[in-house]
Design a protein around this ligand. Structure first.
Ligand SMILES: *Cc1c(COP(=O)(O)O)cnc(C)c1O
Ligand code: SF4
Length: 473
C-alpha cells in the first residue's frame, strides 16, 4: 500500500497554486523561497487532497463504496479540494456522511440533477476515456450558470478607454481587486460561485498582476475609499507576494484610500497560515497597513460554529487582531449545512467572544449546486430573524439575509400584509445605483422563491423600480 496516503508538501502557501491538474497554474515568480512550517512543532505539514487521491484518506475507509462513487461522479463536474486540517480537525467523521463539514467539503450526489448524475455515472462505469468525460462535464457545467450576476462581463472598470482586467467596480465606494497570484483556495467550498475558475472555465480574465493600474484608477476615482482583495483566496499567497500588491498602494499616497479589505477562508481552513514563519511576515505586513493609518479588515468566511473551535483558529484570530486588523465575518445560509437559527446565534456569539464582528448573512448564489443549498427567501428571513432575536446587540452588526444579485445586494426584510395582500419586503444594502440603497420595495409573497429573479412586483406593476431595461423590451 501507499505509505504516503496523500501528497506531503513542504510548501505551504503558493504551493497550493500548482498542486492539482484541475487548477489553472499560476507560476510563482523566480526566486520565491519555498515556505515551510519552520521548526514550530505544533504546525503540521500542509497536505492537499482532491479527486485523484481522496480514496486514500484514512477516514474514508469506513464509508460505503457507493458514497465514494458518488463523490467521483459529482467531482467530474464540481471540483473539490481539501487539506489535512479540515480532515483532521473540522470534519466529525463519526457523523459523516451527514456531518455538515463533510457535506461542505465533499461533493454530494444530490448536487447534480439526476439526469446529469446518470450521464456521468454511465460514462465512468463504461470506462469512458478522459476527453469524453470532460466533454460531458463541460456541457453540464454550462447549464449550471457558471457566471452569475454578470460576474465576468459586468462591472469591469476602464481607464482612458482601456479595460482593467482583475478589477471590478460595482458599488461606488469599493473596488474589488483580484491579484493574479491569489486565484485559488485552500479548499473549494461546494457552494461557491468561484467553481468555474477552479475548473479552468473562467479563463482567469479577472486575474491581475499589476497594482499600477489600480493606483491610476484610484487616483481618477476619489469616490473609492475601499479596496477589497479577493480571489480565490488572497491568503494563499506568501506574505512577500501579497506585500508586492499592497505596499505600492500604501506608498502611492492616495488620500481617498482609507480601507483595505482582504477576503479569506484561511482562518478556518488553514489557520497555520497566520501562525507559521510566513505568518510572522504576514503579521508584519498587516502592522504596516494599520500603522499607515488605514483600516485593515479581514473579511473572514465561517459557515459553521464548529470552525471556531480549534485552538489554532482561535490563536490565528488573536494574532490577526493584535495587528490592529478587524475581522469581519460572513457566510451564506446553506441548506444541509447551517439552516438552523440556533446555529447562527451560536456562531455570531462565538465570533463576538473572539473579537470578530458579524457582517453579512448571504443567500446561496444562483450557480453550481444552488438547488442543493438554496433556502427559500421566506424561510431564510425566518431563520435570520429567529437567530437575531437570540443574540445581544453586539452580535447584531450582522445584516441579511442578502442576495448578491445583478442590480445589487438585496436584503429580505420580511413578510407583511398590505391592503389585504401578502407581500415580501426587501431593500438594497448596495446598489449598482447608490440611490437605490435602503429604499423599501415589495414583491408578491412567494414561499418558494429562492432568488430575486423569481419575484414579481407586489401590486401588479410591470417591473421593479430598478429593472431599468425591462420596460423598453
Ligand atoms: C459585496 C460587494 C462589495 C462590498 O460591499 P460592502 O457592502 O461594502 O461590504 C463590493 N463589490 C462587490 C461587487 C460586492 O459584491
Ligand atoms: S472563494 Fe471562499 S467560498 Fe469560494 S471556494 Fe474559495 S474559500 Fe471557498
Amino acid at each position: 500500500m501507499n505509505s504516503r496516503p496523500f501528497r506531503q508538501r513542504r510548501i505551504q502557501h503558493e504551493a497550493a497554486n500548482t498542486d492539482s491538474n484541475i487548477l489553472p497554474v499560476v507560476a510563482s515568480p523566480a526566486g520565491t523561497p519555498a515556505e515551510s512550517a519552520g521548526d514550530r512543532p505544533d504546525i503540521p505539514r500542509y497536505k492537499a487532497c482532491s479527486l485523484n487521491n481522496f480514496r486514500d484518506i484514512p477516514q474514508m475507509a469506513g464509508l460505503p463504496e457507493a458514497l465514494k462513487f458518488d463523490i467521483e461522479v459529482v467531482a467530474q463536474v464540481l471540483p473539490f479540494k481539501v487539506n489535512n486540517f479540515v480532515l483532521d480537525q473540522l470534519i466529525d467523521w463519526e457523523r459523516a456522511p451527514d456531518d455538515p463539514l463533510f457535506v461542505l467539503t465533499f461533493p454530494q450526489r444530490a448536487m447534480l440533477a439526476p439526469a446529469h448524475y446518470d450521464e456521468i455515472a454511465a460514462l465512468l462505469r463504461s470506462g469512458a476515456d478522459k476527453p469524453r468525460i470532460r466533454a460531458a462535464a463541460d456541457r453540464i457545467r454550462l447549464e449550471l450558470n457558471p457566471h452569475p450576476a454578470g460576474q465576468l462581463s459586468h462591472n469591469v472598470p476602464s481607464l482612458e478607454g482601456e479595460t482593467l482586467p482583475g478589477m471590478q467596480h460595482k458599488y461606488r465606494e469599493t473596488v474589488l481587486f483580484f491579484p493574479g497570484q491569489g486565484q485559488t483556495c485552500h479548499a473549494y467550498c461546494s457552494f461557491c460561485f468561484r467553481w468555474p475558475q477552479f475548473v479552468g472555465m473562467a479563463e482567469l480574465k479577472f486575474a491581475s498582476r499589476e497594482t499600477d493600474r489600480l493606483i491610476d484608477y484610484l487616483r481618477c476615482h476619489p469616490e473609492v475609499s475601499d479596496v477589497l482583495f479577493t480571489g480565490g483566496d488572497p491568503m494563499i499567497m506568501s506574505a512577500r507576494n501579497l506585500a508586492s500588491y499592497i505596499e505600492p498602494l500604501l506608498e502611492a499616497g492616495l488620500p481617498n484610500l482609507r480601507r483595505i479589505r482582504i477576503g479569506t477562508k484561511a482562518l478556518s481552513y488553514w489557520p497555520y497560515r497566520f501562525l507559521d514563519d510566513d505568518g510572522d511576515a504576514l503579521m508584519a505586513l498587516f502592522e504596516r497597513i494599520t500603522a499607515s493609518g488605514r483600516h485593515l479588515a479581514l473579511m473572514a468566511h465561517f459557515n459553521h460554529p464548529r470552525e471556531l473551535e480549534p485552538a489554532a483558529v482561535q490563536k490565528a484570530i488573536a494574532r490577526v487582531r493584535q495587528t490592529g486588523a478587524v475581522i469581519r465575518t460572513q457566510s451564506p445560509l446553506l441548506r444541509h449545512i447551517n439552516d438552523d437559527p440556533a446555529l447562527w446565534a451560536e456562531m455570531w456569539s462565538r465570533q463576538v467572544d473572539l473579537g470578530c464582528v458579524p457582517y453579512y448573512m448571504f443567500l446561496s448564489r444562483d450557480t453550481g449546486a444552488h438547488d442543493y443549498f438554496s433556502v427559500p427567501l421566506v424561510r431564510a428571513w425566518e431563520i435570520y430573524r429567529a437567530a437575531y432575536q437570540r443574540v445581544s446587540g453586539l452580535c447584531r452588526t450582522v445584516r441579511g439575509p442578502s442576495m448578491s444579485a445583478d442590480p445589487g445586494k438585496v436584503q429580505v426584510l420580511g413578510t407583511s400584509e398590505i391592503g389585504g395582500r401578502k407581500v415580501l419586503q426587501l431593500r438594497f444594502l448596495q446598489g449598482r445605483n447608490p440611490d437605490w440603497v435602503h429604499r423599501p420595495f415589495f414583491a408578491a409573497y412567494d414561499e418558494t422563491a429562492t432568488w430575486l429573479d423569481e419575484l414579481q412586483p407586489a401590486f401588479g406593476e410591470s417591473r421593479f423600480f430598478f429593472d431599468e431595461d425591462a420596460g423598453a423590451a
